[in-house]
Design a protein around this ligand. Structure first.
Ligand code: SF4
Length: 378
């Protein structure tokens, strides 16, 4: 939406400055430092880096990126399943970011280099179209609730028998519990992703707030959305009465999108499973219900991953700190490989592969998306 001056309304400089001042005043009024909050969305980190927002945050406020990159949290055994299928001669379709995510014995990109049929698609519907040609196609599906709904939609639309899904979809609310319960966690509140909450509704966080006594504020992705969300979050922290607050009311309601939720839960059920580098997350994985077994690649194919396990992880991979970064207890600069042995052109870990990975985002925006730091270096 454009303002009369022709600038995007949600990137208005004067409003941004006012929100920045309000944020500093709210943080100062807490009378302590640091104040640590976490966002759980790669799109938030992208926007913070792209618009240099960390330069606008008061120094006492630590805005930490959590496990918000779905590609990064796709676990090694899940990548191994896709790689094994490709080695078994099955055509695999997946999102572009998933191609270079390392498994035990390499990535799908490596398999493609060896001649495997791997297609990059923009979504589940495109994978279904590939399968309509009659050749079996497995869609290696990753992403949170937002993309899982799109996968659910194609499965509810009677896809061809040649189509199947290898689900690595994850569900965000349970991993927030894990982060909140981590020993020594200093997180005082969470900024939740507006797009996921558009589907789930902000009410999904109410039980979390009750259990952990930590506030959650839902925020959008424009600079002013993020600044306004942080102001609100610090206000709720200051109030001492944790609650869920919605700073993205133009898209998010308490109930969310009931039709999308119905599709999601008709097709998927929650299962515990590992998130790469973080932990076993109870109810953190979305897996196909029995009713959709005919399209479940795990039930249709004998996926032989054992042959991949002879490969010891490369020495550099063992040094990757992606898990600690996604848990909010390390930053890319804590990794000795960052920008040296690990770059977007030659990634070692998943956080450097995905457009939503913290390492890739920080590398893309000059090594550290903090304008104060960049000015200091200049
Ligand atoms: Fe892993 Fe590379 Fe990030 Fe280091 S810089 S944590 S190796 S992805």
């Amino acid at each position: 939406m454009a303002s009369p001056g022709g600038r995007l309304e949600f990137r208005d400089v004067a409003r941004g400055a006012a929100l920045t001042e309000a944020l500093a005043a709210r943080v100062t009024s807490l009378g302590r430092a640091p104040v640590s909050v976490m966002h759980v969305c790669g799109s938030h980190e992208q926007a913070i880096a792209k618009f240099g927002l960390r330069a606008a945050f008061p120094p006492e406020l630590r805005v930490i990126m959590g496990p918000g990159c779905p590609v990064c949290v796709t676990d090694v055994p899940e990548v191994d399943e896709a790689v094994a299928l490709a080695r078994q001669g099955v055509r695999v379709a997946t999102y572009g970011d998933m191609l270079r995510v390392p498994g035990t014995a390499g990535s799908l990109a490596d398999e493609r280099g060896r001649g495997a049929r791997i297609d990059v698609v923009y979504g589940a519907a495109q994978a279904v179209e590939l399968a309509r040609g009659g050749e079996p196609v497995v869609f290696f599906a990753s992403g949170f609730e937002t993309t899982a709904v799109a996968t659910a939609a194609v499965l509810l639309a009677d896809p061809p028998a040649s189509f199947s899904v290898l689900s690595a979809h994850k569900y965000i609310p349970p991993v927030m519990e894990i982060v909140a319960e981590m020993p020594g966690s200093a997180i005082e509140g969470f900024l939740a992703a507006g797009h996921a909450a558009t589907i789930t509704g902000w009410g999904v966080f109410e039980r979390f707030v009750e259990r952990h006594r930590l506030p959650v504020v839902v925020a959008g992705f424009e600079p002013l959305d993020i600044l306004a969300g942080l102001v609100r979050l610090v206000e709720v922290i200051a109030s001492g009465e944790p609650r869920v607050d919605n700073a993205f009311p133009r898209c998010v309601t308490r109930e969310g999108n009931p039709a999308a939720q119905a599709a999601l839960w008709r097709v998927f059920e929650l299962q515990g499973g590992r998130w790469r580098g973080i932990a076993h997350v109870p109810n953190g994985n979305l897996r196909l219900r029995d009713e959709f077994a005919a399209w479940d690649a795990r039930r249709r194919y004998a996926i032989d991953v054992a042959a991949l396990w002879d490969h010891a992880p490369a020495a550099l991979v063992a040094q990757c700190q992606c898990g600690d970064i996604m848990a909010g207890i390390a930053s890319p600069h804590d990794c000795a490989l960052f920008g040296r042995d690990c770059t977007p052109d030659a990634p070692v870990g998943a956080c450097m592969v995905s457009a939503e990975g913290t390492c890739k985002i920080w590398h893309q925006y000059g090594g550290h998306p903090d304008l104060r730091e960049i000015r200091r270096r200049a």
